[in-house]
Design a protein around this ligand. Structure first.
Ligand SMILES: [Zn+2]
Ligand SMILES: [Zn+2]
Length: 444
């Protein structure tokens, strides 16, 4: 039984959460030497494949894929990005489209982050199905129908199309650069926070939550954590475990219909670092590296949350002191053009409306023990998390990523404005403790 069937058997169909879950991929192949199955998969969807790669991924597996396809008469054409670092922007999209051969009826993308994002766009634009041949277990976007791209200098998510199949050859992926291996498992570690926040929002806001989908991610995360050390030793079974985790995280988001199972406050630190990088040229790193490091700060933040006793007088004073104009000004100064979407979001969402605060606070106070129990269950201790970071040799903090303490404190405050999602920073705003915790955590 292949992985897709295993997951489908357990998760597909009507669920107690009220949704009918669906597995968005036709096929998932993970294994040593599995690259050889690419021609068979291509022939399911067409007879002429267009191979997309960049100069690193072509070297890693693209040439081999092209040769395998040629052998079976399934090769239709190829384009390889020559730049050292390809960004998923208008230039790359234009190059890819202009080199696409319309006689090709399928697309085989060889790569991970950027190539994956671009090939989804090519698939959506040309109407040709695509397969992704992963070259690094570096992020959880394999099984997803959105592309993270840069448009007009802004990082945005575009609805595109999911691949038909993911082919992950562990003999190829184990040779990925160390930073990409760390990035992939860092994107998995982020799930400690996202799963906790999904449950917390379910308690506070009655937000939709599926225990079964959360369980899929939680189990995958546990397998990744158990394989952390071996991953860095480039052990193929560990590479397989992490790749599987990343694919499952994508499937879980698609099954739940929300990104809750896989992204929370830690992802918004990363998004803000990316946004500021685009806007002001400040440093940014791989997605999962940023998420893995921000997860450490989120654990520190939750350790502070854990010490709080909800106090309505204090919370109300903070809500009353909130100034919309001041908030807007700070957001624009810190995030530039990216702030516009967040200001528009708040106009619709009204999270800072003092009229809705008392009821939310009452629920928080009433369910405080449950909220603390969720934190204890889902989020590891800082000591245990540092052991995981040690195991993957990622002993870095936000400072090593090039961010000052002041800047990171501001980043923390603004995580609550990125999406319409209830996360730790919003909980702290509701409690009237946001700045107190910000100053405790980011103080040196
Ligand atoms: Zn469900
Ligand atoms: Zn992620």
């Amino acid at each position: 039984m292949n992985l897709r069937e295993q997951i489908a058997k357990q998760y597909e169909g009507p669920c107690a959460c009220g949704k009918a879950h669906r597995v968005i991929l036709d096929d998932i192949r993970i294994g040593s030497g599995i690259l050889s199955s690419v021609p068979e998969l291509v022939s399911r969807y067409g007879s002429k494949a267009f191979v997309l790669s960049d100069k690193h991924t072509r070297q890693a597996a693209g040439q081999q894929v092209e040769a395998l396809l040629k052998e079976k008469g399934l090769f239709g054409g190829a384009y390889c990005f020559e730049a050292d670092r390809v960004e998923p922007d208008e230039t790359a999209a234009g190059q890819m489209l202009m080199h696409f051969d319309p006689a090709c009826d399928t697309i085989v993308a060889v790569g991970s982050g950027t190539i994956n994002d671009l090939s989804k766009l090519l698939s959506a634009t040309t109407g040709r199905p695509y397969l992704i041949v992963g070259t690094a277990p570096s992020m959880d976007g394999f099984a997803s129908a959105t592309s993270s791209v840069i448009r007009d200098g802004l990082k945005i998510s575009l609805d595109t199309i999911a691949p038909k199949a993911v082919v992950a050859d562990t003999a190829v992926m184990k040779n990925a650069p160390l930073r990409l291996l760390q990035s992939g498992i860092g994107d998995m570690f982020a799930k400690y926070i996202s799963l906790a926040e999904w449950r917390i929002s379910n308690v506070i806001n009655d937000e939709y939550y599926c225990p079964k989908v959360a369980g899929l991610v939680r189990d995958a995360l546990a397998r990744c954590a158990a394989n952390a050390k071996q991953l860095i030793a480039r052990d193929e079974e560990a590479v397989a475990a992490v790749t599987e985790g990343l694919i499952y995280a994508g499937l879980a988001m698609a099954m739940a219909g929300v990104s809750r199972p896989a992204s929370g406050m830690e992802h918004y630190f990363s998004h803000i670092w990316d946004m500021r990088g685009q806007e002001f040229g400040t440093p940014f790193d791989y997605h999962g590296i940023q998420c893995g490091i921000a997860t450490r700060d989120c654990i520190r933040i939750y350790n502070e949350i854990r010490k709080i006793k909800p106090d309505y007088t204090k919370a109300k004073a903070a809500v009353d002191a909130f100034s919309w104009d001041d908030w807007k000004e700070k957001l624009q100064a810190f995030l530039g053009k990216s702030a516009d979407a967040m200001i528009a979001l708040e106009a619709r969402e009204q999270k800072y409306n003092p009229a809705t605060h008392p009821a939310r606070f009452a629920r928080i106070a009433e369910r405080w023990d449950d909220i603390c129990a969720i934190i204890d269950e889902e989020i590891p201790s800082l000591e245990d998390y540092d052991k995981l970071l040690d195991a993957i040799e990622l002993n870095e903090t936000y400072k090593d990523l090039g961010h000052s303490t002041d800047e990171t404190r501001q980043t923390f405050y603004m995580t609550k404005d990125i999406r319409d999602k209830y996360i730790g920073s919003r909980l702290l705003w509701d409690l009237g403790c946001l700045e107190e915790v910000g100053e405790t955590i980011f103080n040196d």
